[in-house]
Design a protein around this ligand. Structure first.
Ligand SMILES: *Cc1c(COP(=O)(O)O)cnc(C)c1O
Length: 464
């Protein structure tokens, strides 16, 4: 076979992809018919595809390219590390400088009391670590019955058997026999979709109090931990009412339930602070990290663990780990990414420039006839598409039909904006400039207009 490169005609790449490549979260048969889009290069916030389209990536890849594409420093660090020490494990009483330096740096950046890092290759793996770690922690403390982890419907924590069970995605649970035992799901703080006549503050409080109800029903002696994303990402960028997190924190404290903040999206500047927990004012015992940790330049994740848990776990052997825990090349790349985030004051750019500007433009989209609520925290935003703003109605068409039409209009207008059902979401690189935000918003508006016209034409503007 000749080498497969970007220089092959698009149709040839598509045919080979369709023949051999199974895509995640994709109906592969349908995609093969349609023809996949081939991304060839990227720089800053812009992707280029094999047909020469230049596309503004308002999703930062998959929520991860926080520093933007095309930073040579990371490539140089990776090459240097590969030449010096491409791999060594951290299992058998050995270590190496990249893992040491990254763990120390993460401990420095993390909130007080979180000073220990268990590395993984991804967010899913890190959450699998968390399941075993919190259960083992309570067993070591002489409370082996504390094994239930409470999480939320429509939360996302990864796609492995463990992390997919923690997540509350019914479409995932339906395939492959999930969830595993002792995972309990409570309702999400999604006021737009589920708040009914309650005001957002009361609703947020009520949803948080479901945690207390669950603890009392299950029994305090059965519950190990509560896990949640500070702001739900894959569930549709659901921003909880301000009343939600303080009540969750109160309940975790009262019943001594470990709080795991899944910071895989929220971490490393996304919400305008180093961690979403700081934005939401919570004090987790464990934080899950991945994605923005390396800005996606290398696969790496981990758990940032409290002094207390690390000391209990460390008093014996924890029979757990991954071949690539603390992988030297991924660690070196992540460390360089953190250096750039810090030295270039990218979180300052988010706080002072990008987030306030984006917020103003994004919330103004709510004047569009198709848009119900427009929510945003830092650099993650969502809009709810609706046929009726007053009643917060859903469309009569199957959920996601309208969102998909809108997403296709975005692609046609050289904008990557994702849909989750009939919510449109963005999570652009943190380095995005105000000019690029203008471009993002004008393309989004044009796409919404075209979507609205298409819905009229196809008679899809009816409420369920
Ligand atoms: C993406 C994501 C994960 C899973 O990370 P992977 O690297 O895809 O395994 C876990 N939690 C959250 C909140 C995520 O967004």
């Amino acid at each position: 076979m000749t080498a497969i490169t970007n220089h092959l005609p698009t149709a040839e790449l598509q045919a080979l992809d369709a023949a051999h490549h199974m895509h995640p979260f994709t109906a592969n048969g349908e995609l093969a018919e349609k023809g996949v889009r081939v991304i060839t290069r990227a720089s800053g916030v812009t992707l280029t595809d094999s047909e020469g389209h230049e596309i503004l990536d308002a999703m930062a890849g998959l929520w991860c390219v926080n520093i933007g594409y095309g930073r040579d420093e990371l490539a140089d660090v990776a090459a240097r590390q590969m030449r010096e020490l491409p791999y060594y494990n951290t299992f058998f009483q050995t270590t190496h400088a990249p893992a040491i330096a990254l763990a120390a740096k993460i401990a420095e950046l993390a909130p007080e009391g979180l000073n220990h890092v268990f590395f993984a290759g991804s967010g899913s793996e890190a959450n699998d670590t968390n399941i075993r770690m919190v259960r083992h922690y309570w067993a070591m403390k002489g409370k082996p019955t504390k094994s239930v982890i409470i999480s939320r419907k429509n939360g996302y924590h990864g796609s492995s058997v463990g992390s997919g069970s923690l997540g509350g995605m019914t479409a995932m649970h339906e395939q492959g026999g999930l969830p595993i035992p002792d995972i309990h799901h409570i309702n999400q703080p999604n006021w737009w979709a589920e708040g009914g006549d309650t005001n957002p503050e009361d609703f947020g409080l009520a949803r948080a109090q479901e945690l207390e109800k669950a603890i009392l029903e299950l029994g305090e002696d059965r519950v190990a931990a509560f896990i949640a994303e500070p702001v739900q990402g894959a569930g549709g960028v659901i921003v909880p009412p301000a009343t939600y997190w303080p009540e969750i924190q109160r309940i975790c404290d009262k019943y001594e339930i470990l709080l795991i903040a899944d910071e895989v999206i929220c971490g490393f500047g996304r919400t305008g602070n180093w961690f979403g927990s700081q934005t939401m004012g919570i004090r987790p015992d464990i934080m899950t990290i991945a994605k923005g940790l390396s800005s996606g330049y290398a696969p790496i994740g981990g758990s940032i663990v409290s002094d207390e848990i690390a000391s209990v776990i460390g008093s014996g052997e924890f029979n757990h780990g991954y071949t690539y825990s603390g992988h030297p090349v991924a660690s070196a790349v992540a460390l360089e990414n953190l250096r750039i985030l810090e030295e270039e004051n990218i979180i300052g750019h988010v706080q002072d420039v990008a987030a306030p500007y984006l917020k103003e433009q994004w919330e103004a989209l709510a004047d569009h006839p198709l848009v119900g609520e427009a929510k945003i925290v830092g650099m993650m935003g969502s809009i709810a598409l609706t046929p009726n703003k007053e009643t917060r109605a859903t469309f009569a068409a199957a959920g996601g039909t309208v969102g998909y039409i809108c997403r296709e209009r975005c692609f046609a207008n050289n904008l990557v904006m994702r849909h989750v059902g009939d919510r449109m979401i963005i999570s652009p690189p943190l380095v995005i400039t105000t000019d690029e935000i203008d471009m993002l918003i004008s393309r989004a508006r044009r796409s919404l207009d075209e979507c609205y016209a298409a819905l009229k034409e196809q008679d899809l503007l009816h409420s369920a």
